[in-house]
Design a protein around this ligand. Structure first.
Ligand SMILES: *Cc1c(COP(=O)(O)O)cnc(C)c1O
Length: 359
């Protein structure tokens, strides 16, 4: 039976004045809206008890499986406010389907696509006051699922909880669209072959955080990971996909080999490429090719992309052997970024029908 995520509440708690003040400079992921969507699962009843309730801490048993074995998945998507005040999602079906794929890999129950979309649209509609409307602002939505059975034996949990909450956000990087320096590590891997690399799960992030500390210590904001098996092929960042723009006019990104998260932003840029005089290419990309290409001019630009930060130009790749600058003006990167934002905010045609109106 389809879930409805209906809510007895029709009002929020925060005053409009407080929301307005928060939304003047929301930062990223610091403030949360009045409500959250929740549903529970067990093998007998399936998904049930779908509801929208005030945003509040959970009460969970200390033995709940998620606390011990990390059986958890999540998603990230945004609601965008247009100039006319209407609120839209960007390709939410892709997030819903990816959430089902992640669930399968983590031995969690699949939340049907329609129920995922309903939870998001119900929450956004109820908390519409919270969607900020200034340039590059949006309401970030964080659906997630945890194994909630109180049992510390090692097997897939027989209970799960789904939740989606929302956070008004501004630009991901405080300094605006500045090229960032990226640390390339061969010392640590994020995922291994046939592991959970293609699933959006907390465990992958847990593995990426210590290398990210190393990146900070080296003056970089993020890590670029290479494949765990040979340490020669570029994969992705801790939470963003990786692209290069070649002198031959190609938009190249590592192919989805099971270790790489299939990003919605990644897919969207590949689809937009031909209309921007770029040839989209998905193939394996060696680190040597990238570093030599930057030095020799065959690689013109490099950037990272994901829903949270949209597209971030990369100014240099730093590794133990030194710094490899990406010279140039990031012209193609910034053009792609603008085009994507223009579609997301409804400022230009949406040729692929990617945007979906909520309210
Ligand atoms: C979420 C995520 C991305 C970006 O995916 P989008 O759908 O574009 O937001 C890239 N890499 C990893 C590891 C991720 O978790």
């Amino acid at each position: 039976m389809a879930l409805s995520f209906s809510s007895p509440e029709q009002v929020g708690f925060c005053g409009d004045d407080i929301i307005e003040e928060i939304n003047r400079d929301p930062g990223f992921g610091q403030y949360f809206t009045d409500h959250m969507a929740v549903a529970d699962w067990d093998p007998e009843a399936g998904w049930h008890s779908d509801r929208i309730v005030p945003y509040a801490p959970f009460s969970m048993d200390p033995s709940a499986a998620v606390f011990h074995y990390g059986q958890e998945i999540f998603e990230g998507l945004k609601a965008y406010k247009r100039a006319d005040g209407s609120i839209w999602l960007f390709r939410p079906r892709n997030n819903a389907i990816r959430f089902m794929n992640s669930a399968r890999r983590l031995a969690l129950p699949e939340l049907p696509e329609a129920d995922f979309i309903k939870s998001v649209t119900a929450l956004v509609t109820l908390d519409a006051r919270w969607v900020p409307g200034a340039d590059e602002q949006s309401l970030y939505l964080r659906p997630f699922m945890v194994a909630s059975e109180d049992f510390i034996g090692v097997r897939p949990s027989k209970k799960a909880m789904y939740c989606c909450f929302a956070s008004p956000v501004g630009a991901y990087f405080k300094s605006g669209v500045q090229p960032v320096d990226i640390w390339v590590t061969k010392t640590y891997s994020r995922v291994g072959a046939d592991g959970t690399g293609a699933a959006k799960c907390g465990g992958n992030y847990a593995a990426s955080l210590m290398p990210q500390e190393v990146a900070y210590q080296n003056g970089c904001s993020q890590v670029l990971f290479v494949d765990a098996a040979t340490h020669t092929l570029v994969e992705e960042l801790g939470g963003m996909n990786f692209f290069l723009v070649t002198a031959a006019g190609e938009l190249v990104t590592p192919e989805l080999n099971g270790n790489i998260l299939p990003g919605v932003t990644r897919d969207s840029l590949l689809a937009l490429a031909p209309s921007m005089d770029l040839t989209p290419v998905e193939r394996s990309v060696s680190l040597d090719e990238v570093l030599e290409g930057l030095a020799g001019g065959a690689v013109r630009e490099v950037f990272a992309c994901g829903t949270a930060a949209v597209i971030t130009p990369i100014g240099s790749l730093r590794a133990e052997d030194g710094e490899h600058a990406a010279p140039g003006d990031h012209e193609v990167t910034l053009r792609l970024r603008q085009r994507l934002l223009d579609i997301q905010y409804g400022r230009v045609d949406d040729p692929f029908d990617w945007t979906q109106k909520v309210c």
